[in-house]
Design a protein. Structure first.
Length: 302
């Protein structure tokens, strides 16, 4: 099998090169043709097109940025989790052990899963607008090299004084939120950072996206929603709005600006007067069976 390993050395703490070395050595020992490079290597896109399997050794950002090439090539992918959260790997039961990858390659089980697409940008996990995206944008503006969970503390503290923007949300042509401040999540998979999981019933095999809106007049209130998600009580709250849809549109009210993140990466900002880096609407759709995933042997479904 032709295997491409894309190793992002800046993922997470940036100190796990030996894990990638072990995976490469075992695959070579089994007779596979292994090519290894960084995700930003100019030749990476062409190698993805030629590979039968792409091993993404990094965090969720590494997975996210490889999605367009993977969707075009239809190569299977496997996430070797080296990042801070590793939500994709967590969902599918992938771990950092080279032997787990080796067994999966020896007896391959491939699942086809849906992806979301937000303003033409593919995502595997979720896209969101609101305070959490503000934290992601804040962190990106100050990040220098590898990060840990503690790195998020300062951005969270800075965002506590920011008032969430009023949002409009339309799901499959029906308005479900009208001019209300809060936190909106459109999820393809149920996993979220900190195990908050605002859309715990999301599935990447049903052809639909889970749309969740949590009203919040302040970022402090959004933080309470985050904690409720972690504790598993958010779904029971009467103010939470949740629907499933194949197409979602999100906009903000006049004069307001709402940051947007996708798969934990900073994306755009929603504004009524679009300018550089901004858009007047977030248009999200579900792309059926867009990604092929190599599953660990113990996993039999997506």
């Amino acid at each position: 099998m032709r295997v491409l390993i894309l190793h992002n050395p800046s993922s997470g703490t940036g100190s796990r090169r030996a894990l990638v070395d072990d995976s490469e050595q075992l695959l070579r020992a089994d007779g596979h043709q292994v090519i290894r490079m960084g995700p930003m290597d100019p030749a990476a896109q062409g190698e993805i097109a030629r590979a039968e399997l792409v091993v993404l050794a990094g965090g969720d950002g590494t997975v996210h940025h490889a999605l367009p090439a993977l969707a075009r090539s239809r190569a299977a992918m496997y996430h070797l989790p080296l990042g801070t959260e590793n939500l994709f790997a967590r969902h599918f039961g992938m771990d950092r052990h080279a032997v787990t990858l080796r067994r999966a390659v020896a007896n391959p089980t491939i699942a086809e899963i849906d992806l979301g697409e937000a303003n033409s940008r593919l995502f595997a996990l979720m896209v969101s607008a609101g305070p959490d995206a503000g934290v992601v944008h804040d962190l990106a503006s100050t990040r220098h090299g590898p990060i840990s969970h503690l790195t998020y503390l300062a951005p969270v503290m800075r965002q506590l004084s920011v008032r969430p923007a009023p949002l409009w949300i339309e799901a499959d042509g029906t308005t479900i939120v009208e001019d209300r401040p809060g936190w909106a999540v459109v999820a393809n998979l149920p996993d979220y950072g900190g195990r908050a999981n605002p859309a715990p019933r999301a599935s990447a095999t049903d052809g639909l996206l889970d749309v969740v809106f949590m009203p919040a007049a302040s970022t402090w209130r959004a933080l309470r929603w985050f904690l409720a998600g972690r504790w598993g009580t958010a779904e029971r709250h009467p103010d939470r709005i949740a629907v499933r849809a194949s197409r979602v549109r999100i906009a903000t009210s006049q004069g307001a600006t709402a940051p947007v993140q996708v798969d934990g990466e900073p994306f755009i900002k929603l504004a009524d007067a679009p300018r550089e880096g901004c858009s007047d609407v977030l248009d999200v759709v579900c792309r059926r069976n867009a990604l092929r995933v190599l599953l660990p042997r113990a996993t039999t479904h997506a």
